[in-house]
Design a protein around this ligand. Structure first.
Ligand SMILES: *[C@@H]1O[C@H](CO)[C@@H](O)[C@H](O)[C@H]1NC(C)=O
Ligand SMILES: *[C@@H]1O[C@H](CO)[C@@H](O)[C@H](O)[C@H]1NC(C)=O
Length: 307
């Protein structure tokens, strides 16, 4: 047999064996940009949706913070979904302040929706940032929802917790490893590390103050935990302007303000105000209400160096 014929015979076998390791990405882009494939997850600004589950087109649904459903938020470019959990009838739901006020359904059905989108969009890295105000069990309640939805299989487990801002893998590495979902919980994961992919938020991310009612968004480090120093954390600007609705003590933001608040000028000014606290770095996450109003994605693209 001629050597070239032998090669022709063997080459497909070699490719088949190598395929799982060095399969090229379906497209040369990561989160929509080729440049982001080689950039560390810790050095990227992501567009975030605050109270992502609290969507309604009804202007009289006062406790809503979004107009678009989850899939539409993701299609718009949102790459961090934030949501607040509460137990409702023995099942974990996403609710705004209380389930009587706004019930976004079960965490499982939310995660199934997200998983469907992730399967259809294989070159995307997504962050999930959930709150756990009732201290619900990670292994008994949170983990089963992640497993049943399929998202547990895609969830990234860092080699060390906490991981410094500068030590995260690139988006390309996360995508190639099939671990393109990063999950943070505000409370519980700091004390219970039994679910390795549910990460303690404040050990790795600091936040600006919330429930801000000052449109100039003065920056300060509001919530953070050690042992890493401030500049070794990633950080999130919680860029929503709040109103106390009908003096009920229920804090929501007004879609009428969103055009200005979610404008490039307001977002970039907030980011610039935070840079002295972060060794000159841009925010990692820009969290907005009403993501479809204003210019959130444009501001995030500018912070990433794309015009
Ligand atoms: C990424 O690094 C560049 C260059 O150091 C910096 O200008 C930018 O602010 C960083 N962005 C983030 C989110 O860390
Ligand atoms: C952001 O602000 C809202 C209130 O405006 C608050 O409920 C929330 O905990 C803050 N942080 C995150 C991650 O959403």
């Amino acid at each position: 047999m001629l050597p070239s014929a032998l090669f022709a015979l063997l080459a497909p076998i070699a490719i088949a064996v190598a395929a799982p390791i060095c399969q090229p990405r379906a497209s040369g882009e990561c989160n929509g940009h080729a440049e982001l494939c080689d950039r560390s997850y810790g050095n990227i600004t992501f567009f975030g949706a605050h109270d992502s589950f609290a969507f309604s087109e009804d202007p009289f649904a006062l406790a809503r913070d979004q107009e678009l459903d989850i899939t539409s938020q993701l299609n718009l470019g949102v790459r961090l979904l934030q949501a607040q959990s509460h137990m409702n009838g023995g099942v974990l739901h996403f609710c705004h302040t209380s389930c009587a006020l706004f019930d976004g359904g079960t965490v499982l059905s939310y995660l199934q929706t997200v998983n469907t989108w992730l399967q259809a969009n294989p070159n995307e890295v997504l962050t999930l940032l959930f709150t756990n105000p009732e201290g619900v069990s990670l292994p008994n309640v949170w983990a089963p929802a992640f497993q049943q939805s399929g998202i547990a299989d895609l969830a990234f487990v860092p080699s060390a917790v906490p991981t410094k801002q500068s030590d995260w893998p690139t988006l390309g590495e996360l995508i190639d490893a099939g671990k393109r979902v990063v999950v943070f919980l505000d409370a519980g994961a700091d004390i219970d590390r039994s679910v390795p992919y549910i990460l303690p938020e404040f050990e790795m991310i600091w936040e600006t103050p919330f429930s801000v009612t000052d449109a100039s968004f003065p920056c300060s480090v509001d919530r953070i935990a050690g042992p890493l120093g401030t500049t070794d954390h990633m950080y999130m600007i919680n860029h929503s302007l709040n109103k106390n609705i009908l003096d009920t003590g229920i804090i929501v933001s007004d879609p009428l303000d969103a055009k200005t608040t979610n404008g490039v000028t307001s977002i970039l000014a907030n980011a610039a105000g935070c840079e002295p606290l972060s060794a000159g770095r841009s925010p990692n996450f820009v969290l907005l209400d009403f993501v479809n109003i204003g210019q959130g994605l444009q501001a995030v693209n500018q912070l990433n160096g794309f015009s």
